[in-house]
Design a protein around this ligand. Structure first.
Ligand SMILES: Cc1cc2nc3c(=O)[nH]c(=O)nc-3n(C[C@H](O)[C@H](O)[C@H](O)COP(=O)(O)O)c2cc1C
Length: 397
């Protein structure tokens, strides 16, 4: 087990995760679609904004509390939904949930998660969000809504950027399958990472816990994620379905994967209470814009009352500050907490959240803003160097 306190930033946790995981599993977390342009740009775009500080402000106390999905959050961060979590650490969603609860942050369970909604909700005291993919078996969506209501889920996020699976070439090269399977080419990598492989082979069975009772195509066999999504996800979903879902659910509903002011308006007109600006962490449509660059336009289109979460590319607490100044209500992270989970289970997720939170507060203090409510657009600007690829940081991308 690596000494987690040696990780001073998310990039360190990423390196630790890379050492602990067999290559195909690490690549599944780390990789993106096609040429990984969107993946690199999501993080890189934050580096192209500069922070304009106020000086001589009393920053002896910094107020970070806010509300997301109608629930209190200790600071404006959400743990985004990530599928297949048990592949990264045997403690899976339970470990993430414990760390998120300790930090007072919302956590979204994925449709493709490896823990049942009911078990997760029972053990996660924080703000509970469930992420929905619409399957061809439409009855499953109705079932999700009913189960979420019964389990006390606070908000839903409908992911709309995955009508088909993105072209993730790392996974194709590695022959990644569900559940992970030993192939001749991956055998070496699995054998060289017994810290991952032994618990994975001896622990509880890998299961898409929320869908397998209705679509158990994996029973006894394995297939690529690409084929699974192609076979099971419904490509015919439209805004009419959002209207239906909003009415059926009746609570906070965010549309995850919206990228333009026009779609953001449609989302609200269809009954959503918020949008998650997202390109799925660069895993779906490559060369989609960076979510952070879309915030200001979407905020101007929607006005103040609609919740905007900027999803993707956050690797520093200062990134969250920038997103808020541009008009977002919060940010969400996927890989940063998964790197932590892979590196050290619950303690690793805890480390990721601690690092980001302290960077967030440090940035607020250094820029002379003592309350998240007081972050304004005047606090950020595009760097004059932005056209030349932006200022060069140490760990963007
Ligand atoms: C390993 C992994 C699995 C993911 N699974 C899902 C999922 O099941 N549903 C979903 O809506 N998004 C999924 N995402 C996307 C995340 O919710 C989020 O949009 C993305 O990770 C944000 O970018 P970041 O990793 O740069 O923070 C996944 C991302 C990763 C890295």
């Amino acid at each position: 087990m690596p000494r987690l306190d040696r990780a001073v930033n998310i990039a360190d946790l990423r390196r630790m995760a890379g050492r602990r995981l067999p290559r195909p599993i690490f690549d599944y977390i780390d990789g993106g679609a096609d040429d990984e342009v969107a993946l690199a740009n999501n993080a890189g775009a934050f580096g192209r904004y500069e922070i304009l500080p106020d000086t001589l402000v009393d920053v002896s106390a910094i107020r970070t509390e806010t509300r997301l999905f109608g629930q209190p959050a200790a600071w404006p961060l959400v743990l985004a939904p990530t599928g297949l979590t048990r592949m990264f650490h045997p403690d899976a969603e339970a470990a993430v949930a414990r760390a998120a609860a300790r930090h007072g942050l919302p956590y979204a369970l994925s449709t493709m998660g490896t823990t049942r909604i009911e078990d997760w909700a029972r053990n996660f005291a924080g703000p509970r969000v469930f992420q929905i993919y619409v399957f061809k078996d439409r009855g499953l969506t109705t079932e999700f809504v009913q189960r979420c209501k019964a389990a006390g889920v606070h908000g839903l996020a409908l992911t709309v950027d995955t009508p088909v699976a993105g072209n993730r070439e790392r996974d194709r090269r590695n022959g990644l399958s569900l559940p992970p399977r030993l192939t001749l080419s991956s055998l070496m990598s699995f054998a060289l990472h017994p810290g991952w492989s032994l618990p994975a082979l001896t622990g509880s069975k890998f299961d898409l816990a929320n869908v397998s009772h209705r679509v158990d195509v994996l029973a006894g066999q394995s297939m690529s994620l690409f084929d699974y999504i192609g076979a099971q996800f419904d490509r015919s979903v439209t805004w009419k379905d959002v209207e239906w879902l909003a009415a059926e659910w009746g609570g906070p509903l965010s549309i995850k994967g919206v990228m333009t002011p026009e779609d953001a308006r449609r989302a609200v007109a269809s009954g959503a209470s918020g949008v998650m600006l997202s390109n799925h962490g660069g895993r779906q449509l490559d060369t989609a814009p960076a979510p952070v660059d879309q915030i200001a336009g979407v905020r101007d289109a929607l006005g103040d009352s609609v919740e905007i979460i900027c999803d993707g590319g956050v690797r520093r607490g200062s990134d969250v500050v920038k997103a808020l100044a541009l008009g977002a209500d919060g940010c969400s992270i996927g890989r940063p907490y998964l790197y932590g989970l892979a590196a050290g289970g619950e303690a690793g997720v805890d480390r990721a959240l601690t690092l980001l939170r302290s960077e967030f507060e440090l940035t607020m203090a250094l820029m002379g803003v003592n309350d998240v409510e007081r972050l304004e657009r005047r606090h950020v600007r595009r760097s004059p160097l932005a056209g030349e690829g932006g200022p060069k940081g140490r760990m963007r991308g």
